[in-house]
Design a protein around this ligand. Structure first.
Ligand SMILES: Nc1ncnc2c1ncn2[C@@H]1O[C@H](COP(=O)(O)OP(=O)(O)OP(=O)(O)O)[C@@H](O)[C@H]1O
Ligand SMILES: [Mg+2]
Length: 291
């Protein structure tokens, strides 16, 4: 296929030998299959700031480390430079999370390189070597659903043990290869210790898993792994090897009102942006996806 503009520098530098196809152009990024130094890999090209939804970003950003007070001031002001800095933090969060998670034994694509806003990583494949399907595309037998659910819960626990929460975990951000589920798409990953919204984000991630796998194995619908995991984490008892019951007898569940209000406000703002964008012409893919 024709080389997309954003991949040209990497081709010129010899980091990519050939662009073999376009996998998907999502909200946040365009994803390509490439050959890089002789190996078939995946290249995730982040979309420019103004082409992306900023849905709920402030929630995820809370507690994130920035490099300098200058960067923090620029980000707070929302200047052009500040927006670029925010963008860098967003992309770096994903790269950083992938390296940390791979090292902690969580099933994620192994990152290879990150240059000019392009993340080169392992291509997750199916048994035929084709790009792996998303969990959402599969019909599962009950035993399979239970096994995948258990493996993902174990990954969520390992993640939290190194202080991270996915923050957007669902059947759409999980691929399935011959060995089982692989978690992807982490630019919004949340620092569990520094973000006040961490508890409900963790519980929502886990609830999404129960709801999805519960379609195939209904007994999962009444589990409360999220509450159990967070309780253990909060009390310093969570370890990667811990065995969970799936049930939690907490006294009360507190509602994070502040987080809820944020969500409502951000969803409104996002909807307005969408309407505005729909009025303008769509500049999204002018550069890419020509075969
Ligand atoms: N390492 C990978 N191996 C195989 N396929 C991948 C890989 N990374 C991403 N993909 C494919 O590209 C799609 C988009 O990737 P990702 O979810 O990271 O980006 P996104 O822009 O956030 O997409 P979306 O808006 O759909 O969530 C995935 O659903 C998956 O099909
Ligand atoms: Mg995604």
């Amino acid at each position: 296929m024709k080389i997309p503009k954003r991949l040209e520098p990497l081709v010129q530098e010899g980091l990519i030998d050939a662009v073999l196809g376009s996998l998907k152009s999502g909200k946040e990024a365009a994803v390509y299959v490439v050959r890089a130094e002789g190996v078939i890999r995946c290249a995730k090209v982040y979309k420019a700031v103004d082409q992306r939804g900023f849905h709920k970003q402030s929630l995820y950003r809370e507690g994130r480390q920035v490099r300098s007070s200058r960067q923090a001031r620029a980000m707070a002001k929302g200047s052009r430079y500040g927006r670029q800095e925010q963008e860098d933090v967003w992309q770096n969060t994903e790269v950083d999370a992938l390296y940390r998670l791979a090292a902690a034994g969580v099933r994620v694509p192994q990152p290879v390189n990150f240059i000019d806003g392009v993340l080169l990583m392992e291509l997750i494949t199916d048994a035929d070597g084709e790009a792996a399907p998303r969990l959402n595309d599969l019909e599962l037998a009950p035993e399979q659903a239970r096994a995948y659910h258990a493996s993902l819960i174990a990954d969520v626990v390992k993640m939290l043990c190194i202080g991270l929460i996915h923050g957007d975990l669902s059947e759409f951000n999980i691929l399935v290869d011959a060995h089982g589920p692989v978690i992807i798409d982490l630019p919004q990953a949340v620092d569990a210790a520094a973000n006040n919204h961490a508890p409900w984000m963790l519980k929502r991630d886990v609830a999404n898993l129960a709801a999805y796998f519960g379609q195939f194995a209904p007994e999962l619908l009444t589990t409360s792994y999220g509450e159990e995991i967070w309780h253990l984490y909060e009390h310093g008892h969570l370890t990667p090897e811990i065995s969970l019951t799936g049930h939690f007898k907490g006294q009360h569940r507190t509602v994070d009102l502040d987080g809820l209000l944020h969500e409502i406000h951000d969803a409104d703002a996002e909807e307005m942006r969408r309407r505005q964008l729909a009025q303008d012409s769509d500049p999204l893919d002018a550069e890419s996806v020509s075969q």
